[in-house]
Design a protein around this ligand. Structure first.
Ligand code: TXA
Ligand code: MG
Length: 345
């Protein structure tokens, strides 16, 4: 393994790309201080220029305020008490913070914005790479633009040619992308979640209040401010090629009628529930896939499941709506976008 890391460090120093495992999804990493290397990420992913990237940073040996301040001040000109508290509470982990950028951060990383996204990932391979590399790594998810994020090394290999070096760190533990919290408009907006993830609003609020950080009253709750660009906030994203629709139980039969033809091969993805029996639907060619009842488990498996369904030549994927509640919010967000973007390519 040390040789592998050394090899990866060399590729990065030479301005190349390395796909790295993180606890959320695999990332496609380049030296965050090298404009040519960062541009290579955009051309490899087919990602439109101007979409900002997340800078991944190493974890300090001792997670004190001072140590985080040292690392973060290289990337941000204003490391607030809120940022330090959230770093101490959740890093290394599935949280990205948007902070005012430091002067030296190159515009290729920030999409020309005055802010920068920073995350300290919780995966031993990513951390040893970061500490040996000794700098920040810009890394979006290692998939082609708009497609399903990879949660295994094999998924990454399916996305790109063999020319990309992939560090195989097994299956990602969290399985969906990090929570993104914008702290750059703190005085007027407080902490704003731009992308839901495993770390919820409640967890952020609890950590801030435990650290004695006072969240400002919101001046503008109309949502009229100009939102920063987040590619994950486009309505179609994370999408399978196969047409997918989401359904509430009572709608399933009607939706099947309108979305399918008599010979259609249908993947019927749902939670275990005796009330809807196959009998009622036996005129359809259905393959049943039963979902786990836990949001954490489903997050872990979701992207691999969507990829597998996409490769199984179904005509349609019928996916049951997720239960209500904050625990399911992040997966509901990804699934909604996947459905909107599905069947387009
Ligand atoms: O879990 C994750 O966050 C994964 C792993 C690899 O760390 N990365 C990831 O990167 O999901 P990506 O590029 O697929 O999504 C990052 C999102 C994008 O939607 C981007 O627009 C947003 O973060 N972002 C990055 N910097 C930003 C900034 N300065 N302001 C607003 N949004 C930003
Ligand atoms: Mg992505």
């Amino acid at each position: 393994m040390p040789d592998l890391i050394e090899g990866a460090v060399k590729v990065l120093r030479d301005g190349g790309l390395v796909a790295i495992p993180t606890e959320t999804v695999y990332g496609l990493a380049a030296d965050a201080d090298n404009a040519d290397a960062v541009n290579l990420i955009f051309s490899t992913k087919g990602r439109p220029a101007g979409h900002p990237l997340i800078v991944h940073i190493p974890s300090p040996k001792e997670a004190t305020d001072e140590a985080w301040q040292n690392i973060l001040s290289h990337w941000s000109r204003d490391v607030s008490p809120a940022a330090l508290s959230l770093a101490k509470a959740f890093w290394p982990g599935p949280l990205t913070m948007i902070l005012p950028k430091a002067k030296s951060v190159i515009p290729e990383v920030t999409g020309g914005q005055e802010t920068v996204g920073i995350r300290c990932p919780n995966h031993p391979l990513a951390q040893s790479l970061l500490s040996q590399f000794g700098g920040g790594l810009a890394a979006p998810s290692a998939n082609r633009f708009g497609r399903i994020s990879p949660t295994t090394a094999q998924h990454v290999r399916e996305e790109f040619s063999d020319a990309i070096m992939v560090l195989d760190g097994g299956s990602c533990e969290v399985g969906i992308e990090s929570t993104i919290v914008d702290l750059s408009r703190w005085d007027t907006h407080g902490p704003v979640i731009l992308r839901p993830g495993a770390i919820s609003q409640q967890m952020l609020n609890d950590a801030l209040s435990k650290a004695g950080v006072i969240v400002p009253k919101l001046a503008d709750e109309s949502g009229n401010h100009s939102a920063p660009r987040v590619s994950g906030s486009l309505s179609a994203h994370y999408a399978p090629k196969t047409k997918m629709f989401l359904y509430e139980k009572e709608q399933l039969e009607d939706l099947l009628k309108s979305h399918t033809q008599p010979a259609s091969k249908i993947a019927w993805v749902h939670f275990n529930d005796e009330s809807l029996t196959l009998k009622k639907l036996d005129s359809y060619a259905l393959t049943e896939i039963i979902l786990p009842d836990s949001a954490q488990l489903l997050a872990q498996q979701l992207y691999a499941l969507l990829r597998q369904l996409d490769q199984s030549n179904y005509d349609v994927i019928a996916f049951e709506h997720l239960p209500k509640g904050e625990a399911w919010d992040a997966i509901r967000d990804r699934l909604g976008r996947a459905a909107v973007g599905s069947g387009i390519i």
